[in-house]
Design a protein around this ligand. Structure first.
Ligand SMILES: C[S@@+](CC[C@H](N)C(=O)[O-])C[C@H]1O[C@@H](n2cnc3c(N)ncnc32)[C@H](O)[C@@H]1O
Length: 638
């Protein structure tokens, strides 16, 4: 093996270098973003900003907006793997982000779970809310520390490029990786860029009788991009005047007007009078040990998201290292703490997470902030899937012919679904007990034609059950039947031909190595809902959510089913776009449950149009598993 040339102290791990001694390159890709949802912005404002550009099913993010709220900036919540997301942001945001805070997960061998309450609080007999436990994210890495180091090394390289010259990066870790991380950060940043290792100390229930002292702190490594970061000194209040004089070793004196003061050292032996009330109001510049409470279940802020950090912690970081209007990012945003604090402090923000739950929880959290500015939800959609397919099965991996790559993709999805591959069929790819299985492509929505062809092949082969697995669905295919409990029109067509049809969503987790390796992937059946749209007065309509169902409830875990009392218990959130233009979903009205407010209105507020006409109303429902279903309804308003 060739020699690796080491020029400075660095941390090396198996796999860091290629066999020829060169450093492994960070996979850098730039993919287009799709805007999948716009929140808190009116359609009219949006159309003006788009400059009349017509969208297709989604708007592709053009990145033409300005750098201030006044110049049209919209905050961004991005659903996807942060390495691809950051790589794709580079083109527009290299050198543009003022502050990045990240709180990456680390291997604990455990799966963190998210507890989602079901139904309304204190329902009937139960004093406590029923909850479902969902895996919020997988905190385990295949090769333990090695995978973690590799993951962080790759990301740090890109993070650095996104920062402004005066920008700051805060990385939140604990004792298990803090010291390794310090070394890999030193490799990416110049010597003078290390600023602090902040100790966040929190209280807890200490116990006797262990081999070591109770572990009660996390570490936050603060690095600046360059030698002169933008930094605002941060003051913490004194607890009392007694604390002030004790720590400063001073005596309280009283002047002739009865005002208390101390004699402060002004340097050179000179002593100056300092009024105590003023000294207390100024507070004390914070040092690098912070005593702040952790979030627990009874905290006001708690959202039920394990590892949620307190807003007070982020408030310090954002106040010290950014100013209003600056751009702040968190690429492991979890429940959205950084984004919520950024919103409250008037910073612009970008958040990213790969978890469905994290995005859902964050979206609700932001909506709950008074006067939350418009933001958009984006993803890399089919581009991320194509990329994943390419590196996992395709030519990029080894020189493989396209058919071989496709075969491996199908075999992989079939395995995750618990099905066996089938050879020699035109539209049927596998078999799961009695059912035939058809799998959709990563880069195109499943079409009505495609499903029809699979149904017809089942008929020819005298097969009576068909499971169709898709990433996205052609509009109308997943549109409901007259009876939503029986599924879509497609179900009806299949039934007439003697085939029982199941339409299942391929979840994003399929692309996460840890999730698929652990078999942590759940395929949910598409859900359907029914609404009633009423014209209440001139030009004015109201939407009522009438029913929500998945055709085969046996696919829902028993522990959830047994806690659900009525159909609406499955619904966590629903929203209406009053004038859908076949592009991005624009949230016009929204209702959702929170941990405190469990009641969910099933009738929207009235919406008045400016003039009569035909409108397409899009309704989006998110269930308690975080899956969303959207349906369009055409109305004529008089
Ligand atoms: C420790 S939690 C962050 C908690 C957050 N600070 C808060 O206050 O809620 C880490 C988050 O990183 C996300 N995550 C892990 N790997 C990721 C990746 N490759 N890309 C994007 N997000 C990732 C997880 O889904 C999880 O929500």
């Amino acid at each position: 093996m060739p020699k690796i040339e080491i020029t400075k102290t660095e941390l090396v791990w198996p796999g860091k270098y290629n066999e020829d001694g060169t450093l492994k390159e960070v996979p850098k890709v730039s993919l287009p973003f799709q805007v999948i949802e716009t929140v808190n912005e009116s359609r009219a404002t949006r159309e003006v900003k788009k400059g009349g550009m017509q969208g297709t099913l989604f708007d592709v993010y053009a990145g033409k907006e300005g750098d201030t709220f006044e110049a049209g900036w919209r905050n961004k919540l991005i659903w996807g793997d942060n390495l691809l997301v950051m790589g794709s942001l580079l083109e527009k945001f290299a050198g543009k982000i003022d502050l990045i805070y990240i709180d990456p997960p680390f291997a604990t061998g455990a799966d963190f779970s998210f507890t989602a309450p079901i139904g309304e609080a204190g329902d009937e007999v139960l004093k406590e809310q029923s909850v479902i436990e969902e895996k919020a994210y997988r905190d385990t890495w295949g090769r333990g520390l090695l995978s973690w180091l590799e993951m962080m090394h790759n990301r740090l390289m890109v993070l650095r490029e996104l920062l402004t010259e005066q920008g700051a990066l805060y990385v939140h870790v604990d004792y298990r990786v803090a010291f390794h991380l310090r070394l890999i950060m030193d490799e990416s940043f110049d010597d003078e860029c290390f600023q602090n290792d902040i100790v966040w100390h929190y209280s807890g229930w200490n116990r006797h009788g262990q081999k070591y002292f109770n572990r009660r702190h996390d570490l936050i490594l603060y690095y600046s991009k360059g030698p002169s970061p933008a930094f605002n000194s941060y003051a913490v209040p004194w607890k009392s005047k007694e604390e002030y004089v004790r720590i400063r070793k001073q005596k309280i004196l009283v002047d002739s007007l009865g005002r208390e003061y101390v004699l402060s050292d002004a340097g050179g032996g000179e002593r100056v009078k300092r009024f105590l009330d003023e000294a207390l109001a100024d507070g004390r510049p914070a040092d690098d040990v912070w005593d702040l409470d952790k979030i627990n279940n009874s905290s006001k802020e708690a959202l039920g998201y394990d590892t949620q950090k307190p807003e007070a912690l982020l408030e310090r970081i954002l106040t010290a290292s950014s100013k209003p209007g600056d751009l702040v990012a968190d690429f492991f945003c979890g429940s959205g703490t950084t984004l919520a604090v950024a919103e409250k402090l008037g910073r612009r923000w970008i958040g990213c997470d790969l978890g469905r739950w994290a995005i859902h929880v964050t979206r609700k959290r932001l909506l709950g902030i008074e006067n939350c500015k418009p933001f958009e939800v984006l993803n890399l959609g089919k581009y991320e899937r194509q990329y994943w397919q390419g590196v996992t099965f395709g030519e990029k991996k080894e020189k493989r012919p396209a058919e071989q790559a496709l075969y491996e993709y199908l075999a992989f999805i079939l395995k995750l679904y618990g099905a066996q591959p089938l050879a020699g069929m035109a539209h049927l790819h596998g078999k799961k007990s009695k059912a035939m299985v058809h799998i959709g492509a990563v880069d195109a929505p499943m079409t009505i034609d495609e499903v029809n062809q699979a149904i017809d092949e089942c008929v020819r082969l005298k097969q009576t059950e068909l499971h169709v697995l898709g990433w996205e669905w052609e509009m109308g295919l997943a549109g409901p039947n007259n009876d939503v409990r029986k599924g879509s029109q497609m179900h009806e067509i299949a039934k007439k031909k003697g085939v029982k049809l199941l339409l299942l969503q391929i979840p994003r987790e399929v692309m996460e190595q840890q999730a698929s390796a652990k078999g942590d992937v759940r395929f949910f059946e598409l859900a359907y809902f029914e609404v009633k749209i009423k014209q209440t007065k001139k030009f004015t309509v109201q939407v009522e959510l009438k029913d929500f169902a998945t055709p085969n409830t046996d696919l829902i875990p028993e522990e959830v089913r047994s806690k659900v009392k009525k159909w609406s218990d499955y619904v966590d959130f629903w929203a209406v776009d009053w004038d859908f233009q076949n592009d991005t979903f624009m949230q016009g009205w929204v209702a959702y449950r929170t941990r405190k407010e469990r009641k969910l209105p099933l009738v929207s507020d009235p919406h008045s149009y400016e003039k009569p006409g035909k409108f397409r109303i899009l309704v989006k429902v998110i269930d308690i598993f975080g899956n969303d279903t959207s349906q369009a309804f055409d109305v004529e308003v008089k």
